[in-house]
Design a protein around this ligand. Structure first.
Ligand SMILES: NC(=O)c1ccc[n+]([C@@H]2O[C@H](COP(=O)([O-])OP(=O)(O)OC[C@H]3O[C@@H](n4cnc5c(N)ncnc54)[C@H](O)[C@@H]3O)[C@@H](O)[C@H]2O)c1
Length: 248
């Protein structure tokens, strides 16, 4: 308790999944959390004395400027992202543009907006959501998704190195498969192709050598660590949390 006392955290995509779990975990550690999403109904599930919720579209610069001016964050957790399914042959230009806009350009927007305040205060921890998939290990039918998540690694390292002497840290997280509402949708969609939900579940779980997927709370614990001063000597890195998927 209290590992984030006195800190202010802005979280994108906090309505469900990893963003939701991370907003709660940071609030439980004493941070004042500004939990945002485009889905305001989902934000309604975040009931905590340290959490303020409001809509923020990570694809819209005005919405981000408003969110940053309200939150004045010391911690920025860029969690918004979308999983496209398919090979390069299944991908359209529009799908590519949408995924890059939401998964990568959104971070360019939020970091540009939050950095000046962080630099004024001489303190900031930026945490970007990448994925083990694409940045560390290839997986079938994740051409656009894997490409965007690899780009997040480059973005992270580039921001980290430019502000390393000014109190700003920038890291990214590379999870394996994590239980979340959108993941359940992906299992259902694959189940329709394979003829059964259980077969699809088996295929997803088989990727993870531990024989299970991650809980969102397990990723949230890493977010808390990277947000806190415990990780003060850590910047510019990919933090892999994938149940041993890429470590074999
Ligand atoms: N679930 C996994 O297996 C997994 C693994 C590795 C990385 N990730 C990444 O973690 C992040 C969260 O995924 P998840 O599966 O935990 O949650 P999710 O996909 O179930 O939920 C995503 C949330 O993003 C919100 N969102 C969509 N567009 C938005 C926008 N323009 N602005 C703000 N919010 C928006 C949605 O409303 C939703 O609440 C994503 O970046 C994803 O790529 C997920």
């Amino acid at each position: 308790m209290g590992r984030l006392d006195g800190k202010r955290a802005l979280v994108t995509a906090a309505g469900q999944g990893i963003g939701h779990a991370s907003a709660l975990a940071m609030a439980n550690e004493g941070a004042q959390v500004f939990a945002t999403d485009v889905n305001t109904e989902a934000l309604g599930t975040l009931d905590h004395a340290n959490i303020v919720t409001f809509p923020l579209d990570a694809r819209d610069s005005d919405s981000i400027a408003d969110g940053v001016s309200r939150a004045k964050p010391d911690i920025l957790f860029n969690c918004a992202g979308f999983v496209h399914h398919g090979t390069i042959q299944d991908s359209t230009d529009d799908e590519w543009d949408f995924a890059f806009d939401l998964n990568v350009r959104s971070m360019y927007r939020t970091i540009r907006a939050a950095l000046p305040g962080m630099l004024d205060r001489g303190n900031g921890s930026i945490i970007n959501m990448s994925s083990a998939l694409g940045s560390i290990i290839g997986a079938p039918n994740r051409f656009i998704y894997g490409t965007t998540k690899a780009a997040v690694v480059g973005l992270t390292k580039s921001v980290a190195v430019d502000f390393i002497t000014q109190g700003i840290r920038c890291n990214c997280i590379c999870p394996g498969t994590v239980e979340s509402p959108s993941w359940h949708d992906r299992v259902k969609a694959l189940g329709e192709q394979l003829g059964s939900y259980d077969k699809a579940m088996e295929q997803f779980v088989a990727r993870q050598p531990m024989g299970r997927v991650a809980k969102a709370e397990e990723i949230a614990a890493l977010v808390v660590y990277l947000a806190s001063d415990e990780s003060a000597f850590t910047t510019g890195h990919t933090h892999i949390i994938d149940g041993g998927w890429s470590g074999q």
